[in-house]
Design a binder for this molecule. Sequence first.
Ligand SMILES: Nc1ncnc2c1ncn2[C@@H]1O[C@H](COP(=O)(O)OP(=O)(O)OP(=O)(O)O)[C@@H](O)[C@H]1O
Ligand SMILES: [Mg+2]
Length: 604
Amino acid sequence: MPPHGPDIDRPKSRSLTPLRSLWPFIRPYSATLWLALGALLVASGAFLAVPVAVRYVIDYGFTAADAEAIDRYFLYFFGVALLLGLFAAARAYLVNWLGERVVADIRDAVYRHVIRQDPAFFEVTKTGEVLSRLTADTTLIQSISGVGLSIILRSLIQFFGALILLAVTNLKLMGLIVVLLPVVLVPIIAIGRWVRRLSRASQDRIADASGMAGETLNAAQTVQAFTAEEAESRRFGDSVELSFVTAIRRARARALFSTVSTTSLFGALIVVLWVGARSVLSGELTGGELGQFVLYAMFVAMSAAMLSEVWGELQRAAGAMERILELLDTEPDIRAPEAPVALPPVREGSIRFDSVSFHYPSRPETQALDDVSFEVAPGEKVALVGPSGAGKSTAFQLLMRFYNLQSGRILVDGVDIAQADPQVVRERIGIVPQETVIFGATARENIRFGRPDATDAEIEAAAKAAAAHEFITEMPEGYDTFLGERGTRLSGGQKQRIAIARAILRDPPILLLDEATSSLDAQSERLVQEALEYLEKDRTTLVIAHRLATVLKADRILVMDQGRIVAAGRHEELVRKDPLYARLAELQFGEAEPQGALAQVAGA
Ligand SMILES: Nc1ncnc2c1ncn2[C@@H]1O[C@H](COP(=O)(O)OP(=O)(O)OP(=O)(O)O)[C@@H](O)[C@H]1O
Ligand SMILES: [Mg+2]
């Protein structure tokens, strides 16, 4: 079982408590919230005054002797309308602002949090899932934290306000409403619950589908190379279909919900009107009072309906907030200790592995590294060689402190990295990975990734040293050329030189180099080698070697197999005395028969 990640045992709560966690996001804007509440109160007051105005108009407006009285009543009426209009608009603006602001802050917080997670998190969490939380879930919260909140408060004020004013208007009719209300509300709430359950399922299915799409869209070319477009489309189609079916189930439940709630609410209203009409006939009630009463009864019904509508939204938002909180609550296993040990100010770049044993969290049964010890002195070049799966990349990952060790220590510049701030450790390390990651930005920005505060001149100097300046300036817009999503517009060798320029710009004392296995043509190869030579100068270099030139150059070679270091030495002596190395050298570097394969091809 993966150690953590938001997908595991997602608790399905039914309560609104997750929404409480919205408060820290709203609190910084409490002034706006209070203003909105003030506007809401005034607007609601004006709204509740409308029926009273209507009663006066009906009871006196038509019977008053002087036209002046009529004018006055209508003027009051207009005053109420004006107040209502102005304050309702103010409230709407303020709550919308609040909703947008809160959601922008939540998105920010989620991204900030997720980008800091350790690799173990990304092993168990689909990027699509995180994206769906960043977009879909936050949108749900947006509606609730702004407009939804205002509808709830407004409806609550109107509901209770109208109920009280109903009692003031006519106690007997009011009693009727109190009896009818639960009869109407209970089925509505029950169906509402069901709708909510289906909503959650529907959102989950959408997240599944987008997670799946994200994975394959990132590797569209791989999909095409394996002519798997049809199979992948079908797989995605099935997933979309499933989310459709779930969404339709929800829509049906919602339709039933609307039917039941509308019919029962209006049914109740009709009963009240009927009883009221009989009371007017028997003289218990004036026409104006009945008008006022009916308006209040409508307010009660309307706000109850609104509340039950919003209730569903509120539940969905609670579900969304819950999922976002799960993300925000996942603490990375790798983080700075309370009192991190500072690295010595002199950036020497020494490395020491001290009986390091490690297995990946998802694979407790296989030791990726098994009691590994070695030391690299400042400025030394050490090559790691070994069959696939030997643990070479793992050693890099551990040195970058992406995982915690099961036992042993790794020291950088004499400090146990487990006791240091991972960011401080990583600042001393530059990595040129096997596969260069190019971001959808310009050449300049891609190099600047190595050190965000670098000046343009420094970037060009780094590019020159990495033999990248020439091809960059030959591109249509030079350093401002957009390199395309994941660098699809660059050749393999060019991408590598961008990666090298990045590392040069970062200027780390320790360099980790995972040599690309894909071979480049002789010209690119030479350029890359030159760039690397510049980069490796005066730095501690640990390189996963795939080329003869690299191992020949290395001060020392460590031979790894099945998570252990099985031999160490220089190339010539290892070829003689270590059978595993001799075989690897033969296979990987064609050592036994230099240029044998080439000679054959040339001869053919
Ligand atoms: N993220 C991971 N989760 C679980 N196991 C992993 C993970 N990464 C690597 N492993 C396993 O750890 C072992 C060592 O892998 P590692 O990537 O270090 O090998 P390597 O020496 O770099 O091989 P190669 O030359 O093929 O790159 C392998 O058995 C591999 O399957
Ligand atoms: Mg590897």
